[in-house]
Design a binder for this molecule. Structure first.
Ligand code: 4AD
Length: 456
């Protein structure tokens, strides 16, 4: 159906011209001589006012005034109050009626209520703004890497090896376990792939294979984690951006992460001013200034050991006690970024016991060349490292964790044939969106959230 986007009408109004617009009714007002409909087609946060002048003798169907109904309107673009364009309607066609049980009534609904209807909440301003920012962020991520000579690599989603080794893989199977099998081995042998398979928790291991051939790669796809974490920042299916770079050591990894984040956040401020104003007004006052401040200053850096010292000296009573060797919890991460550094902070060199097998072992024998980026309001949004490039050290770390080396023979080959220092990181895309929009629950920045105990 040929029609003009409502955004186009606001951005470049052609007063006096006849146009066709389509959309859904957001509000309507009727009186004796004139009626008004606010129409939204999703291309603009702002609704377009349709003026129905009854003196023209044109018939407008009653159904056109119902909240949620979809319309096609033909009319002239005229100058309304404050020169805002509106449409003087000549013809209104109801494309789809909307009965009164339409759940999105005029009042402001809570995010919790909207979560019960993921298929309709997309029609609200909040989700329109979230999904547009998400889309612009995704495009900017591609733009950043493409313009820096990275290859976009699609790593497999079904995998036979657990990258993080944390046992959080969803199993992929076509048959249920039954007592016809003597043991798990026999069961897996009978399954689709002839061995145990799962949904990938990270594309990193295959990403490394790409980087050690093409120099610089990035992945951008879903990762799956069967974590039993019912928190505002965990999803069972999240989108993961994972650059991997040959000849990169830990400081290079940190530099890439900071540069990329500044680029994509700058792009959103530039390309989504209306959406960002909306978030600043309704979700986090001062958001735009905070982001402008972030992109114009260096991020802070501290080691894990320093972070533990700062936490111990803080005098705060944390729910999870702090001791060298413990993993940082969200409360610790937020304290470090919000109270101590008051900005984004890279924490490096974590104890090897709490990090993955593939991280480069530091000369102290206790820590690894890992890095997490902690940001105010969310906590960790990036996790990365320099990788262990030495075959013997890697094998030793895997043996310490009692890993089955046969499952990782391809990965180990990379250390046999022309191994080089390399590294990369993983950015949780939804956590970035939370940070950029000020939306506090990860369930509200993705179309259909998958969390423990909940799917539709
Ligand atoms: O720190 P993680 O587990 O690191 C990795 O997966 C590495 N293989 C990445 C790499 O070096 N290529 O995860 C990376 C990021 C986290 O910082 C977080 O932002 C996000 O992925 N993340 C999640 N986001 C939403 N829900 C979950 N359950 C997440 N788990 C991790």
């Amino acid at each position: 159906m040929k029609h003009t986007d409502i955004k186009e009408i606001f951005d470049a109004p052609k007063f006096g011209e006849e146009v066709t617009v389509c959309g859904w009714v957001r509000t309507s007002r009727d009186s004796k001589n004139v009626a008004f409909i606010e129409l939204n087609d999703g291309t603009s946060l702002k609704h377009l006012q349709i003026v129905l002048d009854k003196a023209n003798g044109i018939e407008f169907p009653d159904e056109a005034f119902k909240l949620g109904a979809s319309l096609k309107v033909v009319g002239k673009v005229v100058e309304g109050r404050d020169s805002v364009p509106e449409i003087n309607a000549a013809e209104v066609t109801v494309l789809g009626v909307c009965p009164p049980d339409y759940p999105l009534q005029k009042k402001r609904h809570t995010l919790e209520f909207l979560r019960t209807m993921p298929h309709l909440r997309t029609r609200t301003n909040t989700f329109n703004a979230v999904l547009r920012v998400r889309s612009v962020l995704a495009a900017s991520i591609h733009e950043y890497f493409q313009s820096h000579n990275y290859v976009y690599l699609n790593t497999p989603l079904i995998t036979g090896s657990d990258c993080e080794g944390a046992g959080e893989m969803f199993q992929v199977t076509t048959i249920g376990y039954s007592d016809k099998y003597k043991n798990a081995e026999e069961y897996y042998a009978d399954d689709f792939f002839g061995k145990r398979a799962g949904l990938s928790v990270s594309g990193q291991l295959e990403g490394e294979m790409g980087a050690l051939a093409m120099g610089k790669i990035y992945t951008f796809g879903p990762s799956f984690r069967a974590e039993n974490s019912n928190t505002p920042k965990h999803l069972a299916e999240f989108w993961h951006v994972e650059p991997e770079v040959a000849f990169a050591e830990l400081p290079d990894v940190i530099e890439i992460a900071e540069d990329m984040l500044k680029f994509v956040i700058g792009a959103v401020l530039d390309k989504c001013p209306k959406e960002m104003e909306f978030f600043d007004k309704h979700f986090e006052e001062g958001l735009i200034d905070r982001l402008k401040d972030l992109i114009s200053h260096d991020f802070a850096t501290c080691t894990y050991t320093e972070a533990i010292k700062l936490l111990k000296e803080s005098g705060e009573s944390f729910v999870y006690p702090v001791e060298w060797g413990v993993d940082l919890q969200t409360e610790h991460e937020r304290y470090i970024s919000e109270k101590v550094f008051k900005r984004a902070v890279f924490v490096t060199d974590y104890p090897k016991e709490i990090k993955s097998f593939y991280m480069k072992q530091n000369p102290d024998g206790k820590t690894v060349a890992a890095v997490d980026l902690l940001v105010p309001g969310v906590g960790e949004i990036i996790g990365g490292s320099e990788r262990e490039a030495d075959y013997d050290k890697l094998v030793a770390a895997m043996n310490e964790r009692k890993m089955n080396l046969d499952l990782y023979s391809d990965y180990l080959d990379l250390r046999k044939y022309g191994s080089v220092p390399h590294g990369g990181f993983g950015l949780g895309f939804e956590r970035l969106i939370m940070y950029v929009t000020g939306v506090q629950n990860i369930r509200d920045v993705i179309l259909f959230p998958r969390t423990v105990g909940s799917i539709r």
